[in-house]
Design a protein. Structure first.
Lengths: 513, 513
């Protein structure tokens, strides 16, 4: 073994004599967020590189990092430091950074250490049980674990609700989407609940009137799919000096701001899904890469909540890359890289493939028209479960009933029903609505971008994404958490989040000429 | 982006009410060592996966982990806890674990935080300067950085020497090789200094009397070299459910006990070096994998110092895999995997290739006969530099003079002279002697293994390494740090470390029939 270099620079002090409370807080949060970055790299490694036998070690490494981070965040003097810093220089940048610090502190300090521990254990046990129960289609096997985890999650919700002064469900939502409230989501979703069912009927009727598009015939070697994906990532502005593309079972975007790592999974028989998945994750990656350098390793330099993050992936995937304009540019390139010829490879055919609408039981396979129904089902159920008006044992029946009511689909099994998603079984409650909030946000932002600069859309036809990226950097990415999500959206689009741009997008794409 | 699972089990408490001082210490060291494992994974990622643009982030992540670990280790109450634990139950296992804890604590607590920081910065700056200076063959460019780093290293040596009650150089040596002392090394090296020069002359004369062995002709595709390496790794007992083989610029063995990651670098024109490199790192990996489960994440479960670690790689590489017995088994497999035919691919030819002796200026290219001269040169120089009887500016001349005196070789440049190794430029002083101590230990251990069970050596001819691995597990790997290196060697071989087995090995291999 050659000697492995070990020394690193910038060892920071934990105490900074003579500095302001704000400076002390910045040093602490820098440490906390760097430890979070470390966790992110370890999660990537776990999903992409780690041999199975490393799972035990990795679980313990992540637990120690979490404990260390929680300990720093919930330190006894943190509240006092935050109060002192609030009385110092009221510069707006600092104020925004302090707001982010306080929010992280409240979420951490709201929970006694034994509850953090108990929830962590319950989630870990439930997630393991789910991994076995899902392929076996055995909801009863995971139920006791889910009941335990739900009970811990209700405790967490109650504790955080008290500190935040909000309802228990809102307290969970706030972990993923700061300042979001179920009352606002209810209003937006109510509109979609009215709009979508008749809209879906019209789309399906129109779709049925034409023969299905010809299907590109495989096999498509993985190396060529990957080369194609990398080529299009670069077109969109992804810099491989600051990121990677790899393979994992569940696609995700991880890593750190200067080293963004996205993953996909390939199917030799069908390139379409992996390709669009790569472009989706590229949208996430571009957001992370564009975060403000001057806020690095501070709360203000973090991305906004999950709905804004999802809006950036959906803006690239749904608004841009499934558009006819994009496919006019990309179809010849796709055909060339994959060696395809004939009518299935035209921009028109690929566009028809990429905008098919098919109601089905699986969320991750859903198109953008039926996706909100999947989200609203989960949103309704998790609110009832957290409120205690429903119990975990009722899930299979409630799921089947709800799916049928919302989308006319009856899942053939729990595996394709209430067992399909990892979220609840891993302790993520309050996460689901951010998918549809993200889709709506994407439509609203892209409409504003087109209005602001018509060259953005025309350049896409030429494969030039620089105008779009410049606009996103200036209006979304580069702001980090300088404003709340609602403020950012209002500043950028002139309006708070609303359903109109999303509905207009759907109507134009699915019922337009 | 799909939701990334985040919850993990086993969140540990930092205080364990009612537990003994020893239990408290175990919880702390578990955390400290797990953070060390995290650093190891990040180092692997840096060398194998990370895009160049991630370097800045990674440096800061590692710095925060180091600071956190140092803070835990040098906590104000640690000395008191160690003293209290020493008065509790004197179980030998606990005593050995406590000895390891105390050693780690002394090394950490000996240094004031500003010195840790200053050394870290100086090493980081010097290592960067060296990366530019080496290819440019420009020692003067790195000299100011080296002078600064040497000055910090002398301070570190002095501070640790005082706490350990040893000489400054021994204090540095102790970081890599616990309890080793220069006085003992001097005695062993003096014997080699007498033995090796006339021995080398005899070997070279004998080698010159025969024509050189025929050389396997490439190119050798990397995929086939890798498949061959993996095949032989598995034969030796490497379990790919608990490890990986990858590519990096500088080969190393990293990761954790349950997830050992080795690397190599391939040359399409010459497979011999990468293949032996893979087997060398496999020796390191087998040691890590065999450490005692019951000492996991405790000092007693750690490998002994670098000389024992290197002995495990050299036992596999030098004692086993460069032997005629091993090549009798492996040559047909090598020829088959790489598609080789003809006289260059016989066990005899490959054995001659793998035991060629060629004095040259580069340590990492050296054979086992000339390697000790490279080590002794560096050992002499670093002792003089730490003692202050020589200055960094004198290095180029002293290096050239010493290399000529020890091996009759004059390096054509500083790049092939005092700039060739990263160690000093990265702050690793006191590391070099462990290479030759490891070579001697390997010979002594393998001789003991053969004596203990003659089946060990005969099985190797059949490609059966189970008897060897079982012996190593029982006598070396499975002991972890239960005993000191010197105690382990005396228990296992009946003798403290000595030169005789190494000299006997060289004589048998290079001058035997």
């Amino acid at each position: 073994m050659e000697f492995a270099p070990n020394n690193v620079a910038n060892l920071e002090s934990t105490t900074l004599d003579g500095d302001s409370a704000y400076d002390l807080l910045c040093a602490r949060f820098r440490r906390i967020l760097l430890l979070g970055d470390v966790e992110s790299v370890l999660h990537w490694d776990l999903a992409v590189m780690m041999p199975d036998g490393g799972a035990g070690d990795r679980t313990e490494q992540l637990a120690v990092l979490q404990t260390t981070r929680h300990g720093l965040l919930a330190a006894p003097d943190m509240g006092d430091l935050l109060d002192r810093a609030a009385t110092e220089d009221p510069d707006p940048w600092r104020a925004a950074n302090l707001r982010g610090m306080r929010r992280m502190w409240i979420h951490a300090a709201a929970l006694p250490e034994d509850l953090v521990e108990a929830r962590g254990r319950a989630a870990s046990a439930c997630e393991r049980a789910w991994r076995a129960a899902r392929p076996a289609d055995d909801f009863r096997a995971v139920l006791p674990y889910l009941e335990d985890l739900l009970s811990r999650t209700r405790e967490v919700a109650a504790a955080k609700a008290e500190r935040l002064g909000v309802d228990p469900y809102d307290a969970l939502l706030d972990e993923y989407e700061p300042d979001a409230r179920a009352a606002d989501i209810d209003r937006l979703f109510a509109d979609l609940r009215t709009f979508l069912p008749p809209f879906l009927d019209r789309v399906l009727a129109r779709q049925a009137a034409a023969p299905p598009p010809p299907r590109p015939e495989g096999p498509f070697p993985i190396a060529r799919q990957e080369a194609l994906g990398r080529r299009l990532m670069e077109c969109l502005g992804f810099d491989f000096a600051h990121g990677r593309l790899d393979v994992s079972l569940h696609p995700f975007c991880g890593g750190t701001v200067d080293d963004v790592r996205i993953t996909t999974r390939y199917d030799e028989a069908d390139f379409t899904s992996a390709l669009m998945g790569v472009l989706h994750e590229t949208g996430h990656a571009l957001y992370d890469r564009g975060l403000p350098r001057e806020g690095r390793h501070q709360p203000i330099g973090l991305p906004l909540g999950m709905s804004i993050h999802e809006s950036q992936s959906l803006l690239i995937e749904m608004q841009v890359c499934r558009s006819r304009r994009f496919l006019d540019f990309a179809a010849p390139l796709i055909a060339r890289e994959l060696g395809g010829t004939g009518p299935a490879w035209t921009a028109e055919s690929l566009h028809r493939w990429y905008t098919r609408v098919i109601p089905g039981p699986i969320r991750v396979d859903a198109d953008e028209v039926t996706y909100p129904a999947h989200v609203m089902l989960r949103y309704d159920l998790e609110r009832a479960l957290i409120a205690g008006t429903m119990e975990a044992a009722d899930l299979p029946e409630a799921w089947t009933t709800g799916m049928h009511r919302l989308l006319g689909v009856v899942p053939p099994s729990d595996r394709e029903g209430c067992l399909q998603d990892i979220h609840w079984y891993d302790g993520a409650w309050g996460y689901f609505p951010t998918y549809t909030l993200g889709a709506m946000t994407a439509a609203q932002l892209f409409a504003a971008a087109r209005d602001a600069d018509p060259a953005i859309e025309s350049a896409i036809s030429d494969g030039d994404f620089a105008p779009l990226l410049a606009w996103l950097r200036g209006h979304v990415h580069g702001l980090g958490s300088r404003h709340t999500a609602a403020e950012m959206l209002t500043r950028t689009t002139g309006r708070p989040l609303e359903t109109a741009p999303f509905k207009a997008h759907l109507e134009r794409r699915y019922l337009g000429d």
